[in-house]
Design a protein around this ligand. Structure first.
Ligand SMILES: *[C@@H]1O[C@H](CO)[C@@H](O)[C@H](O)[C@H]1NC(C)=O
Ligand SMILES: *[C@@H]1O[C@H](CO)[C@@H](O)[C@H](O)[C@H]1NC(C)=O
Length: 533
């Protein structure tokens, strides 16, 4: 009989998990609390409890070629950075293409996931669900938790003395949907992550005044990189990854700062990160420097005190009148349906082996998918986790004994820079490629670049020097996809097609023919030299 796997959540990772179970011959049952799939990518006007909530204008922060499922590229005409409604369309296409819908039970809330009495032998779980007022319970051989980490807002009001006396309006960024609420208001956004920055920029188009308060600063990167290429496609390559790993850290930091400052000098814009290392996750925003240079967004340090109708920032005695405060202070995570003996979250850390398996369980039959925050895109990261986890649940890939896993997890916790516990706030930029490669190695699905160089040099060079797109994870081994090679060789075509919606000819360059002549001559000289030796 096929092993039965319970999947909690039908967002991007839940969908990938269903598909991976089907591929490996396991029987998935996916429980989704809301009435549709898509998780965080399904925008709704109202905040729903227990589900991530986006604002209307959210656009993906990694490009379509970098953030697709590894065997399902986005359509050619889809823009490189995908607005949330298109993203949801894509997820639905994926679900239809692989027939995932029939495995999902909507409007079903998971109340508890507990070990069965004979867990030490069977590794089985009892899952209790609630559906239209009806409680049900079922036994599963494995559980995959795919609830993401954007459901529990972190609102540190204690750090804002006087907030109780504030007469204006304040709320967490999770509540934010549209910019009209800021019309002609004086707005303060606290926190400079992706959402805080987005909200400040959006507010600045209608508000009277906008302050963006940041304690640590941040590098800001545009989606539009040099020559207009998507920034992640240029930066996330195996070549660069290797380059970074070979150089001493101070040099890497220096090079990174130079590169980050090319668009605008972060010191002069009050943004330079306190922690100036390259392992800091940059903020992605195309407009911020333009808003700062026109005075529409004013960058401020942290808040010292909140008064009835105003704010005092650290380092300046002046009071600034404020009507609305937005706390873009991020999220915490929790697993309300799991007992503490299964996963315990402490200081934003949990003991998960490879950020997936609770290290201390006698049987590794529960996996947490998509909690890791690597610098890469979430879909391919979650998908690769699901692929490996399913093979572990099935029993074809084995984990080390708990003692070894616990030791490794603890070592990572101590070394905060490379280790991170559950979510890493500060991730190595190389984290993504290194992490994915590690999981691919366990599955025996990592492409071997050296042998590829001999058999298919064009592909090998594209894989090494080109963007590390997810198709690379399907070139070989279990889960191999026949279309992977072609998808890699056409990744730039799909990227360019989305912006080049008007056909234009490049005017002939007067140097082109000269250049051709030179290369031809150089080739002749080279051949000549080789033969004369
Ligand atoms: C995209 O934004 C999310 C939420 O702010 C963040 O967790 C993730 O790391 C970002 N990804 C990139 C590639 O910047
Ligand atoms: C940025 O500006 C500061 C002065 O405010 C200057 O010292 C620094 O060299 C500049 N950095 C770059 C990369 O131009």
């Amino acid at each position: 009989m096929a092993k039965r796997v319970a999947i909690v959540g039908a967002g991007v990772c839940g969908l990938a998990s269903i598909k991976c179970c089907l591929e490996e011959g396991l029987e998935p049952t996916c429980f989704e609390r809301s009435d549709d799939l898509g998780g965080l990518w399904r925008f709704t006007e109202h905040v729903e409890e227990g589900r991530a909530s986006l604002y209307k204008s959210v656009i993906s922060n990694s490009s379509k070629e970098m953030s697709c499922y590894s065997d399902f590229p986005f359509p050619e005409d889809c823009p490189s950075y995908v607005p949330n409604s298109r993203f949801l369309e894509y997820l639905k296409m994926y679900a239809n293409r692989f027939n995932l819908l029939k495995w999902i039970q909507f409007k079903t809330k998971v109340c508890s996931v507990t070990k069965r009495p004979d867990f030490a032998v069977t590794g089985q779980w009892e899952v209790v669900t609630l559906r239209e007022g009806k409680r049900e319970s079922a036994i599963f051989d494995g559980v995959m938790v795919c609830i993401g980490f954007l459901t529990n807002p972190f609102l540190p009001l204690d750090s804002f003395p006087g907030i109780n006396t504030f007469k204006g309006q304040y709320f967490h960024s999770r509540q934010y949907k549209h910019p009209d609420i800021f019309k002609d208001k004086k707005v303060l956004v606290i926190g400079m992550g992706n959402s805080g920055t987005d909200i400040a920029v959006e507010a600045s188009h209608v508000a009277e005044k906008v302050f963006l308060s940041t304690t640590g600063g941040s590098w800001v990167v545009s989606r539009v990189w040099d020559a207009g290429y998507p920034s992640d496609m240029v930066m996330q390559t195996r070549f660069e990854n290797m380059f970074i790993n070979c150089l001493p850290t101070p040099i890497v930091n220096w090079l990174m700062a130079k590169r980050m400052n090319r668009w605008f000098n972060h010191t002069n814009y009050g943004l330079v990160p306190k922690d100036r290392t390259w392992l800091r996750e940059p903020v992605l925003n195309d407009e911020l420097p333009g808003r700062i240079i026109t005075g529409k967004v004013i960058i401020k340090p942290s808040v010292k005190e909140v008064k009835e109708n105003s704010i005092i920032f650290n380092n300046t005695p002046k009071e600034e009148p404020i009507d609305i405060i937005v706390f873009a202070t991020g999220y915490t995570f929790a697993f309300p349906f799991l007992d503490e003996t299964v996963v315990k979250v402490e200081d934003g850390q949990a003991s998960l082996y490879k950020y997936i398996f609770p290290a201390h369980l006698q049987k590794s039959t529960l996996a947490i998918i998509g909690l890791i925050d690597s610098l890469g895109s979430r879909i391919p990261t979650g998908e690769i986790q699901a692929r490996w986890a399913v093979r572990v649940l099935k029993g074809v890939n084995k984990l080390p004994p708990p003692s070894v896993m616990i030791e490794e997890v603890n070592a990572k916790k101590e070394n905060k820079h490379s280790g991170f516990g559950l979510r890493y706030r500060k991730v190595l930029q190389t984290g993504y490629i290194a992490y994915v490669d590690e999981l691919l190695t366990y599955m025996n699905a990592k492409p071997n670049l050296f042998s590829m160089l001999l058999t298919d040099p064009r592909l090998a060079l594209t894989v090494f020097f080109g963007p590390c797109t997810p198709y690379q994870f399907r070139l070989t081994g279990p889960g191999k996809w026949e279309g992977a090679r072609n998808a890699i060789l056409t990744q730039w075509d799909r990227t360019i097609k989305a912006t080049k919606t008007r056909t234009v000819e490049e005017p002939p360059s007067p140097f082109a023919s000269l250049l051709k002549l030179f290369s031809f001559l150089a080739l002749l000289v080279a051949i000549f030299l080789i033969y004369c030796k």
